[in-house]
Design a protein around this ligand. Sequence first.
Ligand SMILES: [Mn+2]
Length: 430
Amino acid sequence: MSGLPIDPGVVAHHNEPRAAALAEDYDALGARLARRGIDIAAVTAKVAGFTVAVPSWGVGTGGTRFARFPGEGEPRGIAQKLQDCAVIQQLGRATPRVSLHIPWDRAPAAELRDRAGALGLGFDAMNSNTFQDHPDEPAHRLSYRFGSLSHTDPAVRAQAVAHNVECIEIGRALGSRALTVWIGDGSNFPGQSHMGRAFERYLGAMGEIYAALPEDWRLFSEHKMYEPAFYATVVQDWGTSLLAAQALGPKAACLVDLGHHAPNVNIEMIVSRLAHAGKLGGFHFNDSKYGDDDLDAGAIDPFRLFLVFNELVDLDGPGFDPAYMIDQSHNVTDPIESLIRSADEIRRAYAQALLVDRTALAGFQDDNDPLMASEVLKAGFRADVDPILARARLDAGGAIDPIGAYRVSRYRARVAAERPAVRGGGGGIT
Ligand SMILES: [Mn+2]
């Protein structure tokens, strides 16, 4: 891969003085795990095989509804976004695919494919956007102010359906195999909208999108409790999302965005239930304290992330293939650093979950020994798996300390000289 955005020599030079300590730490951890009957090489191989898609919109600086403070050297357009995504992958080696958003990332498919290919990147699920108006797009003549797929006006619904079908067509040309649909539809006032009829209109419109899916595609419905609708949201929780996925058919499944639940909701249990129904489609990883905060994965509650992965490891087997994506907004950090670290935190949770002794856990569960069951589970969470994560990165050609290497590379300063600051711009995150 000659088109890498950071000189591989810089990465090698940064790795060199760190390699001996990593080897020592890795061997020490390997010895500790061997005493528990765990082969560190097997765990490292699984971790190295686990990848998560980065969102194209995540490499720009986000914002809140109050303000957006532009970052230095923000990407302008999809070409520069892909370049930033390539930095994340080059150093972290956990994010080989990018999830695109239409129309923000609109560009000729051949150009996108070539550019991504040259950077060693592929494409993950496509994301449609009917939660805002697109005045510059001729196909978006009608407003989504009062909803999209559930709108009372069939013409608006038809426009929203056509947009989603176009996203499928674009994705098809890029090698994507899934469409994620999140709508902002809902109401702000009791009485404003008929909840039952709105859901039926949504199902009807989703059925038209479903009918346009290629054979090997999946359609993900993403629920979110509130915002922008503050009284009632049409697809507000996993129950509604499951109803929709079941009504639509086998290619439809539910997408769980970790930030889209009420506070203190047991998300790992939702994961378990959706898997039971055969409808666990995928994830948008992020972290939250209060609502849809879109903070970095693992930054607030790494234990919850671990518990989600504990379910995923437990469920793993033939045919179990959820889509893993990050969905975050970076307001006060360099988005590249946040995404490198987030992907690493996601892998950390996975590695820790792999260390759980499932036979022992099942035994303590059957024996009704809560304390020992909890101990066995927490033994995984307490493990310092840093050497496994670093080794997986290094073996794949990445950096032992990816954020350190990124800073030494001075990539941001370099692109800042080429990219003028973006004052306005949408920080739209779903
Ligand atoms: Mn999301």
